[in-house]
Design a protein around this ligand. Structure first.
Ligand SMILES: Nc1ncnc2c1ncn2[C@@H]1O[C@H](COP(=O)(O)OP(=O)(O)O)[C@@H](O)[C@H]1O
Ligand SMILES: [Mg+2]
Length: 286
């Protein structure tokens, strides 16, 4: 059953955290029980859902964050908080950055999250893991624990930069630690319909990765960027906005999902050879 999704792309600012939070809430609107795991030391998923600094600090002080869960000082179930109806959060704090180093000397270091999740997996319909902007041990733990990867890509220049390194890492994880890992799909984010470049980039990505891109496209939408400061998903903050509707559509696409996930190698073989970026486009000339 495809239910544990890592949201990964080692580029920062492509919409991983935004997707983790809003997809999670989109799934709860569909009466699913969702666990969101914040595996990024920047902890933006956590602060976006729990804006109260003192509450977050108290979790760190009490040692109830994903850091302790992954290091093995705490059971994962002990750090999970109910943050909304049907929505549960394993919060991160800045201390998580230490895990990246400490894990190196811990046995089965890539399997810590997988092991932590195993006893509680069955309690949730979906588990979404937000990852840091790197391909280090935290992201590796997410890829080993997951059934499937969602790759947000920003509709911008250099959209595909770094994508082959990510796909190579996914392939290696599949060959070794997690044979069933698939790429569920590429998600086009921050699409600006008035910008020709956005259309060109989206078109190029769909050409390179036929059938591997989610139909749902996330528009660039100011409501999406405003919502975290209110401690809300965009679906709650501005329910009728284009941003909210796009994440609702994504949740439906995932949830109704045709279960066939595209093969990693099929995706990998489509990365344009010798370049990690898209061909120069018309609009660059203008
Ligand atoms: N569709 C969107 N429209 C407008 N702003 C967005 C959108 N998606 C993300 N953002 C903003 O872009 C920034 C980076 O997004 P984020 O989800 O934090 O990326 P990542 O987790 O990949 O680093 C954030 O300030 C976020 O609010
Ligand atoms: Mg993030």
């Amino acid at each position: 059953l495809n239910k544990v999704f890592a949201i990964a792309n080692q580029k920062g600012g492509v919409g991983k955290t935004t997707t983790a939070v809003n997809l999670a809430v989109g799934l709860t609107e569909r009466r699913r029980e969702v666990l969101l795991i914040d595996l990024d030391p920047q902890a933006n998923t956590t602060s976006g859902l729990v804006p109260d600094t003192s509450i977050r600090a108290s979790w760190v002080e009490a040692g109830c964050t994903t850091y302790e869960a992954i290091i093995g000082q705490m059971e994962l179930r002990q750090v999970i908080r109910a943050v909304a109806r049907s929505l549960f959060l394993a919060p991160a704090g800045a201390n998580l950055v230490g895990a990246e180093i400490e894990l190196v000397s811990i046995a089965e270091r890539e399997k810590r999250l997988q092991a932590a999740l195993a006893p509680i997996c069955a309690q949730y319909d979906y588990i979404l893991i937000d990852t840091p902007p790197s391909l280090g041990l935290l992201t590796l733990n997410a890829l080993v624990a997951a059934n499937s990867v969602i790759v947000p890509i920003q509709c911008e220049y250099y959209a595909l930069e770094g994508l082959s390194a990510l796909l190579r890492t996914i392939s290696q994880v599949r060959d070794t630690l997690n044979p069933k890992l698939t790429v569920r799909g590429i998600l086009l984010t921050m699409f600006d319909s008035r910008n020709r470049l956005s259309h060109e980039v989206a078109g190029e990505i769909r050409r390179h990765f036929p059938n591997q891109v989610f139909h749902s496209v996330i528009p660039r939408n100011v409501r999406i960027s405003e919502s975290p400061s209110h401690g809300l998903s965009v679906l709650e903050y501005e329910s009728k906005s284009a941003g909210a509707q796009s994440y609702r559509a994504l949740a439906a696409e995932l949830d109704q999902g045709d279960s066939s996930s595209p093969d990693v190698q099929a995706i990998q073989s489509n990365v344009p050879l010798g370049s990690h970026e898209l061909p120069k486009s018309e609009s660059e000339k203008s």
